[in-house]
Design a protein around this ligand. Structure first.
Ligand SMILES: NC(=O)c1ccc[n+]([C@@H]2O[C@H](COP(=O)([O-])OP(=O)(O)OC[C@H]3O[C@@H](n4cnc5c(N)ncnc54)[C@H](O)[C@@H]3O)[C@@H](O)[C@H]2O)c1
Length: 288
């Protein structure tokens, strides 16, 4: 459902304290939206809320763990009590687990990554969509996926790719159901991508990993960093361009939000051709 005038509307962003979520907050604030940032990392959340308030924006911060249905329901309670409506829900919180071969990915790696990246999105949908529908206001649920999974999975990050494929399918089903019901709320899938690396906290996701789902074995390769990859000549994709894409996508009522690129089309066509030839469309490509 297009929402042409965003001024005064309410946006909730999970994982809003850093990286892409923070860039979305800046872009929505520039449109005059009322913001709710939800994040598990308290110091970063406090800082983001303070920065936005200092710039004169209306923003509240709610400590939220998206892996907990109770925590996300409490978030929805707070938001509807404060604002009475939600027009844009960005289920954006996500983590990147250690890379490992599928057979070497440990149970806690699977559990942690799915609990944030997939269950976190499902909890957001369950806590907010019934109330968004009941309000009668126009709304959109923007779920952050990744090209790594539904478009072109990186086998070396297999568990992450699996979660993002799940987010895309969840969102396609959700939007199909809302459309079939003639609802005033729709869903969109957002693919952060572009002409290079995204310099966000995803590379240090372990900072938010709970002890109960701790690594079962130390990593056997050094952690890759944005700086190291950038030093190999890979450019950095500006996050504000991605956030702008989401604002434009909400205004235009786009289901898919992805920066235009010839590479995406070529990748999808090559994959389709391989599937139709009964071949595996996925191959290992090293970064940089
Ligand atoms: N960085 C990339 O290259 C890239 C590419 C495509 C998609 N994405 C996706 O973008 C989204 C945002 O990631 P980012 O790159 O900005 O990383 P980030 O680490 O900067 O932001 C993720 C945010 O999620 C929060 N978070 C983590 N666990 C949480 C939990 N249990 N409950 C609530 N909040 C939690 C973190 O504190 C952080 O603020 C993720 O879904 C990620 O998978 C990232």
């Amino acid at each position: 459902m297009p929402i042409e005038d965003l001024a005064g509307k309410v946006a909730v962003i999970t994982g809003g304290a850093s990286g892409i979520g923070r860039a979305l907050a800046d872009a929505f604030a520039a449109e005059g939206m009322k913001l709710v940032l939800a994040d598990v990392e308290a110091p970063a959340l406090d800082q983001a809320v303070q920065d936005l308030r200092d710039q004169g924006h209306q923003v509240m911060g709610v400590i939220t763990d998206v892996t907990s249905p109770d925590s996300v329901t409490a978030l929805a309670d707070d938001v509807f009590a404060a604002h009475g409506a939600v027009h844009v829900l960005c289920n954006n919180a996500g983590v990147g687990p250690p890379s490992a071969k599928v057979w070497a990915t440990t149970a806690n790696d699977w559990r942690w990554t799915f609990s944030v990246n997939v269950f976190g999105v499902a909890h957001g949908v369950q806590a907010f969509v019934p109330r968004m529908l009941a309000s009668g206001e126009p709304g959109v649920v923007v779920n952050t996926s990744s090209p790594d999974g539904p478009i072109s999975p990186m086998p070396q990050a297999s568990v992450y790719a699996c979660t993002k494929a799940a987010v895309t399918v969840l969102t396609e089903c959700l939007d199909a159901q809302l459309t079939a019901d003639g609802a005033t709320v729709r869903a969109s899938v957002f693919y952060p991508s572009g002409k290079g690396l995204l310099d966000t906290g995803l590379w240090t996701s372990d900072r938010n990993r709970p002890d109960v789902l701790a690594r079962e074995r130390p990593r056997d390769t050094p952690a890759m960093t944005v700086a190291a990859l950038h030093a190999r000549g890979i450019p950095i994709q500006p996050l504000d361009e991605l956030a702008r894409l989401v604002v434009d996508g909400i205004r235009d009522g786009r289901f898919v939000m992805i920066l235009p690129s010839d590479q995406t089309g070529a990748t999808l066509r090559t994959r389709l051709d391989k599937v139709l030839r009964n071949e595996n469309p996925t191959e290992v490509h090293e970064l940089g």
